[in-house]
Design a protein around this ligand. Structure first.
Ligand code: FES
Length: 70
């Protein structure tokens, strides 16, 4: 899905940028130029960024078997 039409930035590009270390809108703007023309994509890009960061943080939680505390 294209998030930023002005700069042809997709949700996949945002996900890759987050995987490469971007953690904020300024970082995405610098890396991908997302939201630097008309700005109409800002809220959608921010939503995709937040989802990517949430996915990363939930993936970082190690598996804890329920019987571990017994
Ligand atoms: S749609 Fe992203 S800056 Fe215009």
């Amino acid at each position: 899905m294209i998030v930023c039409i002005c700069n042809n930035v997709s949700d996949k590009a945002i996900r890759k940028a987050v995987d490469d270390g971007a953690t904020s809108m300024p970082a995405l703007r610098k890396q991908l130029a997302v939201g630097t023309c008309c700005g109409k994509c800002h809220s959608c890009a921010k939503t995709v960024l937040r989802e990517c960061l949430e996915d990363q943080s939930s993936a970082a939680i190690p598996f804890q078997p329920s019987f571990a505390s017994a």
